[in-house]
Design a protein around this ligand. Structure first.
Ligand SMILES: Cc1cc2nc3c(=O)[nH]c(=O)nc-3n(C[C@H](O)[C@H](O)[C@H](O)COP(=O)(O)OP(=O)(O)OC[C@H]3O[C@@H](n4cnc5c(N)ncnc54)[C@H](O)[C@@H]3O)c2cc1C
Length: 487
């Protein structure tokens, strides 16, 4: 069970509500012309009328949402509270280059298939509201030139994540979003008027402040505090488990192949308790051997699709690898036998079938596994060894014994279930005016820019909903004032 926050008890909440300040942004405040002239005018009334949004978490989802909300509703006071540094994951993402999105999956249902958690729910309106193309337009409209690499990953042309970070923070500041770093949201309650009273702590000093807000957006990533926040408002939390990791393999001999890359293998993850293998547990693509196991896009994708079951099975599984997926096993055998006939006088380690596209190091490794001396001639290789080599090439079984630490990208599977929020607004179905976006939700993607795309889309939709609500509410207020004056 996640540790509870110091949630305000009713009496404390009432006291906090009295102390809470409707926050006032330096330099930008709603003009008094929009306040009702016949109302008890003045500073206090104006502050009461102001609409405000607190965004908890200054990552990709939170900052993008704050920009969208403030763009739609310039009068809305927007504060983003970040306990560490703003956009710290964007900064380190993609090996410091930031893989912003994916340019090969532009159509929503194809795009959604890249999300082990979320693939069913995200097929519909979610990405249609703001998909990869919209993200790319947004960044290029805001001065970040992007490029799409052959595998679909989109990066800034500078190959430097700072371009993305600076763009987002400059735009937020230009619009008048209040960015508060080094402060942590440690609790919240709802006062008698239905407004949130958000408790903000400054870590370095013993300091607690209360902010009154009409809207709260939780964009806390995989932080435990975000889950507690959601749980406090009645949300269930799907237990978080890691996704996107490499596999530790029992076979010590594999270390001899460390650094070898296979451009195209087909790998099938076999897990206890899964009788009929799900199609996603078979993946095709590049694979890399490390000194303690297997890595590369194929392995990361399998780790994502099998994340929950692998966690349950304590990261014990079997992995069957087909090193030449485009050639049928009978053809592999035929090619080996033909090679034997044509190269009878050649040494086995100097000559091997080109059709397999193997590197010499791997071929040598295969011979070793079959206890074949590399200096022997092809003519003397027994038939059963050739059959065994064909079998290894097509169905090599590895034993996964643990989870590796993959430093380039990892995410958390689990969080707030998508069924508990409205995907068209990102609003909670449990608590009005409470919104969620990004990794705090039970959504995670495979590598390739999909995780940021979830953050941009969720942030954009939440920002749009909040900005629209805030504008509508001001409009209604002004209409009421006009009616009051007219009567
Ligand atoms: C090393 C690494 C590299 C990655 N590279 C890529 C990549 O290239 N492409 C890609 O698509 N994805 C990548 N990802 C995944 C991607 O970074 C995340 O999916 C994405 O950052 C999620 O965005 P978010 O805004 O939901 O959460 P986050 O970026 O995690 O932001 C949440 C923020 O909330 C703050 N916070 C939490 N609790 C509180 C609180 N109580 N009060 C105040 N602040 C709080 C945290 O400090 C954090 O800054 C990478 C991840 C890692 C770890």
């Amino acid at each position: 069970m996640p540790p509870q926050w110091p949630w305000l008890q009713p009496a404390a909440a009432a006291a906090a509500a009295r102390r809470a300040t409707p926050f006032v942004l330096r330099g930008r405040r709603r003009s008094s012309s929009s306040a009702c002239a016949s109302a008890p005018s003045g500073h206090a009334r104006e502050q009461e009328d102001e609409q405000s949004l607190v965004v908890v978490g200054g990552g990709a989802a939170g900052v993008y949402a704050s920009i969208r909300a403030k763009t739609l509703a310039p009068h809305l006071n927007v504060v983003v509270v970040e306990k560490g540094k703003f956009l710290s994951k964007v900064k380190i993402s993609g090996g410091g280059r930031c893989n912003v999105t994916n340019g090969h999956h532009l159509e929503p249902s194809g795009l959604a298939r890249n999300y082990p958690r979320g693939h069913k729910e995200l097929r519909g309106s979610f990405f249609r509201s703001h998909g990869p193309q919209d993200t790319m337009h947004w960044f290029s409209d805001h001065g970040v030139e992007l490029k799409t690499e052959d595998d679909g990953r989109v990066f800034p042309v500078t190959d430097n994540s700072a371009s993305v970070v600076d763009c987002l923070l400059n735009e937020a500041r230009r619009l008048g979003v209040s960015l508060q770093a080094g402060k942590s949201v440690s609790g919240a309650s709802v006062d008698d008027n239905g407004k949130f009273v958000v408790e903000v702590e400054k870590r370095t000093i013993d300091f607690v402040d209360y902010i009154s807000a009409n809207y709260v957006l939780v964009a806390t990533g995989s932080s435990q505090q975000g889950y507690s926040f959601a749980a406090h408002y009645g949300h269930s939390i799907i237990p978080p488990v890691p996704s996107l990791f490499t596999f530790k393999i029992a076979d010590k001999r594999l270390a001899d192949l460390s650094g070898v890359t296979f451009t195209r293998v087909k790998a099938k993850l076999m897990l206890d308790g899964i009788q009929k293998s799900a199609p996603e547990l078979t993946q095709t693509g590049p694979m890399l051997v490390t000194h303690w196991g297997l890595s590369g896009p194929v392995v990361l994708r399998l780790s994502a699709w099998g994340a929950r079951e692998l966690y349950q099975d304590k990261y014990q599984a079997k992995l069957m690898v087909d090193f030449i997926p485009d050639i049928h096993i009978e053809d592999v055998k035929r090619i080996l036998f033909q090679h034997k006939d044509k190269n009878a006088k050649s040494k086995v380690n100097n000559s091997f079938p080109k059709e397999f596209g193997l590197v010499k190091r791997f071929w040598g490794f295969l011979l070793e596994q079959e206890s074949l001396d590399g200096d022997m001639h092809w003519a003397t290789v027994p038939k059963n060894h050739l059959n065994a080599i064909a079998l290894r090439l097509k169905q090599w079984m590895f034993e996964v014994v643990g989870k590796g630490q993959f430093k380039d990208e990892f995410v958390t599977a689990g969080g707030v279930p998508l069924s508990e929020i409205s995907l068209s607004t990102m609003e909670s179905k449990k608590q009005p005016n409470l919104f969620f976006a990004g990794e705090v939700l039970n959504v995670d993607g495979v590598t390739g820019g999909f995780n940021f795309q979830n953050a941009w889309t969720g942030g954009y939709i939440a920002g749009t909903s909040i900005g629209t609500l805030a504008s509508t509410s001001i409009l209604k207020e002004e209409q009421a004032c006009l009616q009051l004056r007219a009567s």
